[in-house]
Structures are given as C-alpha cells and as structure tokens.
Design a protein around this ligand. Structure first.
Ligand code: CTP
Ligand code: CA
Length: 228
C-alpha cells in the first residue's frame, strides 16, 4: 500500500488463487502438461496475502517455492484443481492464473504403456472442467470478484473480451504471450486489464510478474474497499 493507504487493506477478506500447469495422466509414469512456470500465480497469491487477505493457493506442479503466509494446496490434474478450489469456498476474491490443460486423456492406462511395435499410436482426449467458469457460476458461493487471465498470441484484447463474456468472470488480465514478449517462463509480463466498468482496457507497461502481481492486488483492494 502507498504511504497514505492502509497497510493491510484486504484484512478480513478471503482469497483463492490458481497457479501453474496441470498434469493429465496418460499412464502411471507419463502425463500431458504445458510450459506454465507458476511465477505469475504464485506472485499474486503472495501479494494478496501481504495486503492481508487469508489466501489459499491451489497449484499444479511447479518449481516455485510456496509463498510465505499462504495456505498452499498442491494438485496434479484439472479435476483435482477444481475440487480443491471448491473446497476453498467461500472466498471474496478468486484469481485464476493457472494454465489448466484444456484436454485430458480419455483413458489413463493402469500400467506403464509398453513401446510395442505399432507404427502409430493415437491418444484420445476429452475436455477438462473450466475452473474459472465454474467459480464464476458458483451461485451463492460465487466470489464477489472473479479475475481470469487470457493468454493470447494475437488480437489480444478482442480475444480476452470475448473470454470474459464467455466465462462470466468480472475482470480479465489479458496476457500477450506472442513471441518476443518473453512472457512464458520469463520474468516479465505485458498485460491489459479489462474490468467490468471500463469500456477501454488499461494497458500496463511491460513490467515484472512481481510488479503485475502487486499492481493487481492493489487494484483488487481498491475495488473491494469501495464495494463493501
Ligand atoms: N481456465 C480454467 N480452467 C480451464 C481452462 C482455463 O480455470 N479448464 C482459466 C485460466 O486459469 C484463465 C482463463 O481460464 O484464467 C483463460 O484461460 P485460457 O487458456 O486463456 O482460455 P480457454 O478458455 O482455455 O481458451 P483457449 O485456450 O482456447 O484460448
Ligand atoms: Ca486454455
């Protein structure tokens, strides 16, 4: 908080953050995943906790250390992540920063699959639950403020606006992950914040993921401070 602000403006509030990739099992030793580092989500959980929110972080497998002062739930698959998020309700704030696998293998082989001599192997996939959409539609358990991320490589704001409407969340942080921004795995992020009350998105200067987290947490604190 700034010099004139409250030190812990989110004291008494509860927050839930998702982070990292998910791992979707193919057999006992193999999985489908993606390159999410968990840096952004972990930084957001830490920032909300520093502003006083009682924060639960539900994270897929990452190398990030657990942020101090945060209750951390480690999960593997999207379905596990959804269950852990539902267990964390009710909360005032939900921020979905995880790169949830959109698909999972339809069948997980009970034993390690053998190489065999097939010339080709097919993998059947089925859609995973959408955690952000589920939290946004959680009825009387719906958090007062639900924030999603939208990782896009082109027409970033347009796609993010469409995503916000489709998922029913309040805010979207549109993340430009096109080549050259250094976003995936990197320390910096180039984002646009699309809120419910603004017609034009805010474009934030390229900054570290830590700075994005701190700025977003401050914005959330301002918003909840006036809403209640
Ligand atoms: N998200 C989620 N559960 C999923 C997929 C996405 O909670 N199964 C959340 C992400 O955490 C993020 C937002 O939804 O906050 C947008 O994720 P993104 O992958 O950009 O959107 P999708 O709807 O999966 O669309 P696509 O990948 O096709 O662009
Ligand atoms: Ca996706």
């Amino acid at each position: 908080a700034g010099y004139f602000g409250q030190a812990r403006p989110l004291a008494g509030r509860r927050a839930l953050v998702t982070s990292g990739p998910t791992h979707e099992p193919i057999d006992p030793v193999r999985y489908l995943a993606n390159r999410s580092s968990g840096k952004q989500g972990h930084a957001i959980a830490g920032a909300l906790a520093r502003l006083g929110a009682a924060t639960t972080l539900v994270t897929g497998p990452t190398v990030q250390v657990d942020p101090p002062g945060v209750r951390v739930q480690h999960v593997e698959s999207a379905r596990d992540m959804l269950a852990a998020c539902q267990d964390a309700l009710p909360v005032d704030i939900a921020v979905c920063a995880a790169a949830v696998a959109d698909w999972r293998p339809s069948d997980c082989a009970p034993q390690k699959m053998k190489r065999g001599d097939a010339a080709e192997l097919g993998l059947r996939l089925q859609p995973n639950p959408d955690i952000l959409a589920a939290l946004s539609a959680a009825g009387n358990q719906r958090p007062a403020l639900v924030v999603g991320f939208a990782a896009e490589t082109e027409r970033v704001v347009e796609h993010a606006r469409e995503k916000r409407a489709r998922k029913g969340c309040d805010w979207i942080v549109a993340n430009d992950v096109s080549v050259g921004t250094g976003t995936f795995g990197g320390d910096d992020n180039t984002v646009h914040l699309i809120t419910d009350d603004a017609t034009t998105p805010e474009t934030w200067p390229r900054m570290t993921k830590q700075a994005v987290a701190d700025t977003l947490a401050e914005r959330i604190a301002e918003r909840l401070g006036t809403a209640k």
